[in-house]
Design a protein around this ligand. Structure first.
Ligand SMILES: [Zn+2]
Length: 158
């Protein structure tokens, strides 16, 4: 007896700049070609699928496009202060100061731009959409990879 069926999509991502603070220090600004993988588990519907691959890919591409070619900043870091005034966004860390064009940054509702936190908001956003549209879907796993050797995975029940 089948307990659960899942589908998985990968090969979608975004390129973004970031830095993470830890213990009063910050990494240098750098970037990753982030790769996102999504696994969706649920019951097979009357069309013989958990969810159409095309639908989930379109949703995921939309989310990744918002983050592509941006500097990602955390709104709730204890170490990173962000001051946006019009076209300029100033960022102060314990040991550095940056100025970015406001249109090039994206301030996210997280404590640090770690892979874990990025996976968490992608999962929450994707989950909110899926929950309403696909009642047969029970669980969502989102993995955000910074490179081929390191990734964070967040699993949420819907
Ligand atoms: Zn990094």
């Amino acid at each position: 007896m089948i307990k659960e069926t899942s589908i998985e999509v990968s090969g979608i991502g975004f390129s973004a700049g970031h830095f993470v603070s830890e213990g009063g220090k910050c990494e240098r600004l750098h970037g990753h070609n982030y790769q996102v993988t999504v696994r969706i588990s649920g019951e097979i519907n009357s069309q013989g699928m958990v969810i159409d691959f095309r639908v989930i890919k379109a949703h995921l591409r939309g989310l990744c496009k918002e983050w592509d070619h941006r500097v990602l900043l955390p709104a709730h870091s204890s170490q990173i202060k962000i001051i946006t005034s019009g076209e300029l966004t100033e960022v102060k860390t314990p040991d550095r100061e940056y100025s970015f064009p406001t249109k090039d940054v994206l301030i996210l509702d997280i404590i640090e731009t770690t892979a874990e936190e990025l996976a968490k908001i992608l999962a929450e956003r994707l989950g909110a959409t899926l929950k309403h549209e696909f009642p047969n879907v029970h669980q969502l796993a989102v993995s955000v990879a910074e490179s081929r050797t390191q990734r964070a995975i967040v699993v949420i029940d819907l």
